[in-house]
Design a protein around this ligand. Structure first.
Ligand code: NAD
Length: 477
C-alpha cells in the first residue's frame, strides 16, 4: 500500500499487513533519472518477522483449488491493468512501452499456468511388487510443499520473473518471502497488492524491499527459510548456494549466449531476429544474443543485413512508441559496457555500427574481428553489444559455442538435418532453439541453464518440482 506525497512511498508487506518505514530507497525513472517512487528499506527485524509469518501461514490449510482461484484472479487483474503496469515498468526499467506491456501479458500467463498446475500436482505408482520378496506390497509417491521459499529477483524483467517464482511456489502450497531488485521493485509491490486483493491468506506472501547486501543477506542467513529461488548474477548466485548449506537452491544465472547461422539459413530472417534479440531491453536479458557465429559463405550478406536492421533501431524515450531501445539500468552500467567495447577495439575488434555512449544510453553495437578471448565474448556483457564472427566447419563452431563457462540457451539457424542432430547431441546448454536465436522463451517451457548458468528449471510445472518434496508411501499387504 502506498502513501501519497509528491511521489508514492510503498511499505513492506508482512503477515497480511502493510508496514511503513522511516528509511526508504529512491526508485529512479531510468530515462529522466528523476525519483518515480520510494520503497521501504527493510531492517533485520522485518526479515525475521516476514520469515516467521511465512512459516506460521503454513499451519493454515490452503487447498489446491483455493490456490488456483487466487492465482487466476491475480492473473485477470494483471490483464485488466496491463497498460497501467506497462507504463510503470517502462519508467522503472527503462524498457520501451510495447516490450513492457508484453511483459505484463506474459506475467499474467505465468500466473495462469501456475494456477492450472496447482490442481494437478501428482505423484506416481511405483512397482515395488516387482522386486523379489515385495510381491505383496504396493507403493505410490506424493509431492508436498517444501515450506518457506525465499524468492530473490533481478532488475531486468521485474514482473514476470517475480511471477515465475511466486506463482509456482504458491501453487505448490508454500509460503513466500519475496525480495525484488532494489532498482526495480515497484511492480513487485503492486503485484503483492494484487495478490492481497485476490484473497491470498495472510503470511503466504511477504514482501521485503531493500538492498541485496543487507536484506538479501539477512534472508540467506535465516535458517527458517527452506528454499531459495534466485535469478540474478552468477556472483550472488554462487554466494547464496555457499551460504544455503543443505537447503534447496534454484539458480537462474547469466550467459554469453551464442547463435549459429549456417550456410543454408534464411539470412534475412536470421539477421533480423539476431538484431532484435541482441538489443531488446538494451541487451539486458540473460538470453540476449551476444555471440553470433556465421558460416563463412554467408558471413558478408548476414552482416550487411544485420547492420541495416540495427541501424533502423531507434534509441530514446521508452514512453515513445517509435523507440526500440531505451536507457541502460544505470549510467555506471553504460560506462562499463563502453569500457569493454573500447578494450575489444584496442585488442583489434572493429565497430561495424554503434560503439557510442550518451549518458545512460549505449547505442546498439555490432563488433567484428573479435577473438573468443575478448571480454565481450567470454564474459556476460548484459548490454547492447553483439560480436559477429565467421566459422568454417561444424565441429569448429560447436567447439566455440561450448567454449564458455555458461550454458543457458543457444540458437541455430539451419535446415540441415544432420548438422541439427549433431548440434542437439553436442551443444552443452539448457535449451537449443532451432531456426531462431538463443533469445526465444515462452513461459511454460522448462527454462534453465547448465554450467555457471545455474541449476534447476523454471516454467511453472518444472519450478513446482523444485519447490516440492517427494515422499514414497509403501503398503505391505
Ligand atoms: P544481481 O545478482 O546483482 O541481483 C539480483 C538480486 O540479488 C537482487 O534482488 C539483489 O538485491 C539481490 N542480492 C544482491 N546481493 C545479495 C546478497 N548478498 N544476498 C542475497 N541477495 C542479494 O543481478 P541483477 O544485476 O539484478 O541482474 C542481472 C543478472 O541476472 C545477469 O547476470 C543476468 O544474466 C541474470 N538473469 C538471469 C536470468 C535467467 O533466467 N537465467 C534472467 C534474468 C536475469
Amino acid at each position: 500500500m502506498a502513501t501519497q506525497t509528491s511521489v508514492l512511498t510503498y511499505g513492506l508487506y508482512i503477515d497480511g499487513e502493510w508496514r511503513e518505514k522511516s528509511v526508504t530507497d529512491d526508485v529512479l525513472n531510468k530515462y529522466t533519472q528523476e525519483v518515480t517512487a520510494r520503497t521501504a528499506a527493510a531492517d533485520k527485524q522485518d526479515v525475521i518477522d516476514a520469515v516467521q509469518a511465512a512459516k506460521n501461514a503454513l499451519k493454515t490449510p490452503f487447498s489446491p483449488y483455493d490456490r488456483y482461484s487466487v492465482l487466476i484472479k491475480a492473473a485477470a487483474t494483471l490483464r485488466a491493468r496491463q497498460d497501467e503496469l506497462g507504463e510503470i515498468l517502462a519508467r522503472e526499467v527503462g524498457k520501451p512501452l510495447a516490450e513492457c506491456r508484453g511483459e505484463v501479458g506474459r506475467a499474467a500467463l505465468t500466473l495462469e499456468v501456475s494456477a492450472e498446475e496447482a490442481k494437478r500436482i501428482h505423484g506416481e505408482g511405483i512397482p515395488v511388487e516387482s522386486a523379489p520378496g515385495s510381491e505383496q506390497r504396493q507403493a505410490f509417491t506424493r509431492r508436498f510443499p517444501i515450506g518457506v521459499v525465499a524468492a530473490i529477483t533481478p532488475f531486468n524483467v521485474p514482473l514476470n520473473l517475480v511471477c515465475h517464482k511466486i506463482g509456482p511456489a504458491l501453487a505448490a502450497g508454500n509460503s513466500v518471502v519475496l525480495k525484488p531488485a532494489e532498482v526495480t521493485p515497484i511492480c513487485a509491490v503492486i503485484l503483492t497488492e494484487i495478490m492481497e486483493e485476490a484473497g491470498l491468506p495472510a503470511g503466504r506472501l511477504n514482501l521485503l524491499t531493500g538492498d541485496g547486501a543487507t536484506v538479501g543477506e539477512w534472508l540467506v542467513e535465516n535458517q527458517d527459510v527452506n528454499m531459495f529461488t534466485f535469478t540474478g548474477s552468477p556472483r550472488v548466485g554462487q554466494h547464496i548456494r555457499e551460504k544455503a548449506g543443505l537447503r534447496n537452491v534454484a539458480l537462474e544465472l547469466g550467459n554469453n549466449s551464442a547463435t549459429i547461422v549456417h550456410r543454408d539459413a534464411d539470412i534475412e530472417t536470421a539477421a533480423t531476429l539476431s538484431a532484435e534479440k541482441s538489443f531488446n531491453n538494451a541487451g539486458q536479458v540473460c538470453i540476449s544474443v551476444q555471440r553470433v557465429y556465421v558460416h563463412e559463405e554467408v558471413y558478408e550478406s548476414f552482416l550487411a543485413k544485420m547492420k541495416e536492421v540495427t541501424e533502423g533501431l531507434v534509441v530514446g524515450d521508452p514512453m515513445d512508441a517509435s523507440t526500440s531501445i531505451g536507457p541502460m539500468i544505470a549510467e555506471r552500467e553504460a560506462i562499463r559496457v563502453e569500457s569493454w567495447v573500447n578494450e575489444a577495439v584496442e585488442q583489434g575488434a572493429s565497430v561495424e555500427t554503434g560503439g557510442k555512449r550518451d549518458g545512460v544510453f549505449y547505442y546498439p553495437t555490432i563488433l567484428t574481428n573479435v577473438t573468443d578471448e575478448m571480454k565481450v565474448c567470454r564474459q556476460e556483457v548484459f548490454g547492447p553489444v553483439v560480436a559477429v564472427s565467421s566459422y568454417r566447419s561444424e565441429d569448429e563452431v560447436i567447439a566455440r559455442v561450448n567454449d564458455s563457462e555458461y550454458g543457458l540457451q543457444a540458437g541455430l539457424f539451419t535446415n540441415d538435418l544432420a548438422f541439427t542432430l549433431k548440434a542437439i547431441n553436442e551443444i552443452h546448454v539448457g535449451g537449443l532453439i532451432i531456426n531462431d536465436t538463443s533469445g526465444y522463451r515462452v513461459d511454460h517451457m522448462p527454462y534453465g541453464g547448465v554450467k555457471k548458468s545455474g541449476t534447476g528449471k523454471e516454467g511453472p510445472r518444472y519450478a513446482i518440482e523444485e519447490m516440492t518434496e517427494e515422499k514414497i508411501i509403501v503398503f505391505n499387504g
